[in-house]
Structure formats: C-alpha cells, structure tokens
Design a protein around this ligand. Structure first.
Ligand SMILES: Cc1cc2nc3c(=O)[nH]c(=O)nc-3n(C[C@H](O)[C@H](O)[C@H](O)COP(=O)(O)OP(=O)(O)OC[C@H]3O[C@@H](n4cnc5c(N)ncnc54)[C@H](O)[C@@H]3O)c2cc1C
Length: 336
C-alpha cells in the first residue's frame, strides 16, 4: 500500500473467488484490499451451506464447506491483504493524484478505498432469504425461525419443520437426521420436489421408517408460540385440511433474493440481469481496469461453480497486474 492508501487491487467480496483473487494477486507481489459486506469471509459457502460436504473442488475428494473456505482464507490472506468486513461497496469513481489514476470505491460506512484496479467477486450481490408470505414473519426471527442451517448443534433434539422443495430443504432434512428430534417434517407447496432425485428417494425411504414426515402439497399458514415458536398450522392445499404440527424450529429454505444492488449503476454492461459481462479471456468488464470473476461474471456458456470462479480469479488477477505494470500477461508458477 502506498502512503496515501492506494493499493494495487481492491477485491470486492470475500467468497471463494475473492479469496483466490487475493491469493493470485499477493503471489504476484501486488497489494490487495478485500471489502466484504458480511461480517464473515467465505461468501455463499460459509453463509449458506457451511456444514455440507463439497466433492467437486480439485484436490479435495470430499471436504466440509466451512473447512474449504477456511483453507481458501489461509491461502488467500497469507500475503497480508487488508480485509474490511461489514462494509457494503456502493459507488465507484475514478480520480487521479500526482499524475496517477486510481479507482475509488465507497462503502455504506462512508469509507473510500482506492486502488489501481478492481476485481468484482460479488457473487449474487448482497443476498437475502426468501420469506414465507405470513404477516409479521420477521417477528419470529431469532425465536425459532431460521433461514440457514449454520451449525447443526443449534437443532439438537429440536422438533424441526423444514419448508422448501429444492436441494437445501432436502439436504437438511437428511443432514439433520442425526441431530434433530425425529421425525423431521418436510413441507413443500407442490407434490414434486426440485431437489436431486437421489435425495428425494432417500427422504421417502426415511419416511417409511418414520424418520421424516413429508407434507405436500402444503403451505404454512400460521405460526403459533408464546415468545418463541411452538407450532405451525399447515394447510394441505389440495384438500383444504389444516394440521397443527408442534415444533421448536421452523427452517424455511426457499432460496434467496439477490441483486447486484448499487453496482448496477456503475455503467457496467450486464450479461442477462444478474451478471456482469466480461471478456472471458481477460475477465475485464467494459470499464477499464475493472474485472469481474466468479458467480457475478457472465459470458456465454458460463458455469457457476467454485472451481470456475477460482480459475477466473487467476485470469483476472494476472490480467489486472499486467495492465497496472504495463507487462505482458504471463503465469508465474508458485513452486519454489
Ligand atoms: C446450497 C449451495 C450448494 C452449492 N454447492 C456447490 C458445490 O458443491 N460445488 C461448487 O462448485 N459450487 C457450489 N455452489 C456454488 C458456489 O457456492 C458458488 O459458485 C461460489 O460461492 C461463488 O463464489 P463467489 O466468491 O464468486 O461468490 P459468493 O460466494 O457469493 O461470495 C460473494 C461475496 O461478495 C459479497 N458482496 C456482494 N456484494 C457486495 C458489496 N456490494 N460489497 C461488499 N461485499 C459484497 C457477498 O457478501 C459475498 O460474501 C453451491 C451453492 C449453493 C447455494
């Protein structure tokens, strides 16, 4: 970092892609600052599925998601990146001082961070869970209503109602079998689940054993409790029958609303509605010295996977460094 606080690269977002970008930049002796809106690093992996196993990251046949991002952090931060947590980046401006041009991002905390290049690794942007359409639903947050399963132990011996039809709902119906009180009730508004067939079949087998109660096509109509959740009313939408199910935990896994937020106003060309268009050979956006990588970066044929984001981070960091230094893009091996 120079005396006036200008670093070589600002990395926007501390998910696996941002941490990989920090690694590649640090490995090339570039100074890095990471700005992350959450109070923790690890992106979706740490926020959404820390206790799931990941099987498709090269070199790891099976690894707990949180362990994976812990290792990404160890690797990515080893060169001393300046990490700013709990600050959402909102604006991007360009400036110059003493003849040197720089980019400046400002955050919701009012801080301005300057750098020679910017790599946006914002994933789906700031994300928020989809909520049940029940009046005053927010009142139950912290009182038995959960949008994530961060630590399985929170649900030890709890009577759980899980709502959703996708992978997360099925994964946690199976994943909490050794923790929660059985049976776990799984509520979905349609008869068919979107989740992986193998998970749905496993849940049906567990239903035969009395370990899962599958309630479809059903919707939660009311939450009951005195201070904390004690039961929910569940309507079968085919028959109109309403069943009251006792529970301590209502886990709604209905996906997320995500939006790029203020980033959308920066004049970036988009790929579809949710991704920033990049040249896939450099990961540069339409704005000079602004790169994007990971889930947020779009080009024809893009696949949103951790491994792909890490590879794009390497491309973005190497191209950013070459542009800042006026060099040719070249890989530098890490082996010593
Ligand atoms: C349930 C689930 C299971 C998955 N399983 C797998 C799997 O098995 N294998 C696989 O490869 N992929 C999997 N994925 C996808 C994988 O998690 C993503 O591809 C990966 O997290 C993308 O990493 P990223 O760093 O690009 O974005 P993210 O992980 O989304 O991180 C982006 C970060 O940027 C921050 N941010 C956003 N906007 C701002 C802002 N304005 N200011 C500051 N910070 C900001 C966010 O808070 C976030 O921390 C799964 C995803 C889900 C939801």
């Amino acid at each position: 970092m120079t005396d006036d606080g200008v670093v070589d690269i600002t990395v926007l977002g501390a998910g696996p892609t941002g941490l990989a970008a920090a690694y590649y930049a640090g490995h090339r002796d570039a100074s890095v600052r990471i700005v992350e809106s959450l109070e923790q690093i690890g992106g979706q992996v740490a926020a959404v599925y820390p206790e799931k196993h990941v099987f498709d990251v090269a070199g790891y046949p099976k690894i707990l998601a949180q362990d994976l991002v812990d290792l990404c952090a160890e690797q990515g931060l080893q060169y001393g990146a300046d990490v700013r947590l709990g600050e959402e980046v909102q604006t991007l401006e360009r400036g110059s001082r003493n003849g040197e041009e720089f980019l400046s991002v400002t955050t919701d905390k009012g801080n301005a961070f300057r750098s020679r290049a910017l790599i946006i690794t914002a994933g789906h942007g700031a994300f928020e869970p989809r909520k049940l359409g029940i009046d005053d639903i927010d009142v139950w947050e912290g009182r038995g209503l959960h949008y994530f399963v961060r630590q399985k132990d929170v649900f030890r011996d709890s009577a759980c109602v899980i709502v959703g039809g996708g992978d997360s709902a099925l994964d946690w119906t199976l994943g909490l079998q050794d923790t929660a009180r059985l049976p776990i009730a799984l509520v979905h508004r349609r008869d068919r689940f979107r989740a992986l067939e193998a998970s749905v079949n496993e849940a049906k087998e567990l239903e035969n054993k009395g370990h899962v109660r599958i309630l479809t096509p059903c919707e939660i109509r009311e939450i009951h409790g005195d201070g904390s959740i004690q039961a929910v009313s569940i309507e079968n939408t085919a028959t109109g029958e309403v069943d009251r199910v006792d529970c301590d935990a209502l886990i709604t896994l209905l996906g997320f609303h995500s939006h790029l937020g203020a980033i959308i106003n920066w004049g970036l060309e988009l790929e579809g509605k949710r991704q920033i268009k990049v040249d896939a050979t450099t990961m540069e956006t339409n704005l000079p010295l602004v790169y994007a990588a990971g889930d947020v970066a779009g080009y024809p044929g893009k696949i949103t996977l951790i491994t792909i984001g890490m590879a794009e981070a390497a491309i973005a960091a190497n191209n950013a460094i070459a542009a800042i230094r006026g060099e040719k893009v070249q890989p530098k091996y890490s082996t010593d």
